[in-house]
Design a protein around this ligand. Structure first.
Ligand SMILES: [Zn+2]
Length: 460
């Protein structure tokens, strides 16, 4: 790692955190860490500066953290929005997934890279990938590709030992699913060069959802995650039919109460969706320290319900923001989802101050960092990891006038339009339209060519 210092000089604003915004500030980096923040002249007086980068006309902020997505679904962007769920599976998801299998491992590498490109060029520095369905077979390839790009994140390898619509993606039995998860965890433990990309355990959901895990498998997979000292991420309490089946079959008030009693909730468990909860179940999430990935665009596109975010934040539950996969959002732009997280609660509560832009920004930064296991990430402070992004302020008519930078960015910002550069661990992964770590042109061509072949398998 480089011992040289780099100063990101004279930004119009440095948004250090939701409540600390400074004008005409600079950020000093050494290796993968921020070592100081302040006016340029002060930094220059206090430190040896090896390199400088002029950030005049920009606002620097912590990189956004996408706490739930599905890389392989990027292949399905823009399709299937109006299909009922089973039709969506039969006409889009399964034919596409099977055609993708024919394309081979290289497609999963390219899809990971193109997803990382979209994330980085719209201001995200980290993502949690949930590799469900056929994608779970390619978890190791995705871990390598995410690391190659230089984005931070986790690959939560999916597992499914139960399905009512088995199309070949479900393992023969629990032992097979456990075995494949173990192979992935062992492989990444052996191969990973550092902590940038983590290997997690990621059952696709419970038995009551389409394609999920039996309770026995959920418990065994959680034990495995604990044995490997890693985290556990799964779809949970995402639809009301799921809750009705749990109530009917188990007598529990809902899926969260069932998970609580199975012992799979703790501070290293994150639940994607978690929309349908009784009040007592929210307390269970808080008590155990489990966290929630909130996907406000998906809540609306899939019409599956609205997360009780106001209540959860009042109780102090950790809630991060995610985009979910392409068919449930069509974008990985976290600025859009910060805005959606605010607006959805306002119309749901019919209350204009139900959730603020400050809440959304904290969810997308410090809470996301916590969900990745980091307390040294998510703010622009000395000692923190140098995962940063910058937006163009000067000459950007979309953001002019700019009275209050953070409020303006959450409501009027657009990651893909406004982002100038993004760095992870002090290294540029996106810089003024270029991607220094990969051959971006080849990646885009590969995915576009594969789409021409895969298109013939989708039932329009
Ligand atoms: Zn999902």
């Amino acid at each position: 790692m480089s011992d040289k210092t780099l100063v990101l000089r004279d930004a119009d604003y440095v948004i250090q955190g939701a409540s600390i915004i400074n004008e005409k500030y600079s950020v000093l980096i050494k290796g993968d860490r921020i070592i100081d923040v302040g006016p340029y002249e002060k930094l220059k007086a206090d430190h040896i500066i090896d390199e400088e980068r002029d950030c005049t006309g920009q606002a620097i902020l912590p990189g956004l953290i996408n706490t739930h997505t599905h890389i392989h679904e990027t292949m399905m962007r823009g399709l299937g929005h109006d299909f009922p769920f089973h039709e969506w599976c039969d006409r889009l998801v399964f034919p596409t997934a099977k055609a993708m299998e024919d394309e081979g491992e290289e497609l999963y590498r390219s899809l990971t890279l193109i997803t990382a490109m979209e994330a980085a060029s719209s201001g995200s520095t980290a993502l949690i990938e949930h590799s469900v369905n056929f994608a779970k077979r390619h978890s190791l390839t995705m871990a390598h590709a995410l690391h190659e790009f230089g984005l931070r994140g986790a690959i939560a390898k999916g597992a499914e030992d139960f399905s009512t619509i088995d199309q070949g993606h479900v393992g023969k039995d629990m032992a097979q699913e456990l075995g494949e998860t173990k192979v992935f965890l062992d492989a990444w433990k052996k191969e990973k060069p550092d902590d940038l990309v983590q290997a997690w355990v990621g059952p696709s959901g419970g038995k009551r959802t389409v394609g999920g895990c039996t309770n026995e498998a959920l418990v065994e997979l959680k034990k495995m995650a604990d044995d490997y000292d890693t985290r556990y991420h799964l779809h949970w309490a995402g639809t009301s039919p799921e809750i009705k089946i749990v109530q009917r079959d188990t007598g529990y008030v809902g899926s969260v109460a069932m998970a609580y009693n199975l012992g799979i909730l703790d501070e290293r468990t994150s639940l994607a969706h978690c929309i349908w909860m009784a009040e007592a179940e929210m307390d269970m999430v808080k008590e155990t320290g489990a966290s929630i990935s909130h996907m406000p665009s998906c809540n609306q596109i899939c019409a599956i319900g609205v997360l009780p975010l106001v209540e959860l934040l009042e109780k102090g539950v950790d809630v991060g923001i995610g985009t979910d996969g392409a068919p449930q959002n069509d974008s990985l732009d976290m600025y859009r989802d910060m805005r959606q997280a605010v607006l959805l609660q306002r119309i749901n509560k019919m209350k204009a101050d139900a959730v603020s832009h400050l809440d959304a920004f904290k969810m997308a930064t410090v809470t996301g960092a916590k969900m990745l296991g980091h307390d040294d990430l998510g703010t622009v402070q000395p000692g923190q990891l140098a995962d940063l992004t910058a937006v163009k302020i000067k000459g950007n008519h979309f953001l002019t006038p700019l009275y209050e930078p953070l409020e303006t960015l959450v409501y009027a910002g657009s990651g893909g339009r406004d982002t100038v550069w993004t760095m992870v661990n002090g290294k540029m992964v996106y810089d003024n339209g270029t991607f220094p770590t990969i051959d971006a042109e080849a990646v885009v061509s590969h995915v576009a060519d594969a789409a021409k072949r895969i298109k013939h398998h989708i039932v329009f």
